[in-house]
Design a protein around this ligand. Sequence first.
Ligand code: SF4
Length: 66
Amino acid sequence: MHVEVDFDLCQGHAECQAEAPDWFTVPKGPEARVRAKRGEVPADQLEAVKAAVKYCPTQALRLVEN
Ligand code: SF4
């Protein structure tokens, strides 16, 4: 599975970074948007990334089958 980001929805809340700091980075600043790693989410990151998708307040993240 990999992560897709809808940058039109992302508002830089950084909940994703709080849930999965190894996968998401959100720079500081009013125009901040998430930076997500690309590619297959490894098994040891999957639960954290699922939580990030679940708790993103704008539903900007999706987990997609490869
Ligand atoms: S939690 Fe959602 S809205 Fe906030 S930075 Fe992450 S992807 Fe963007």
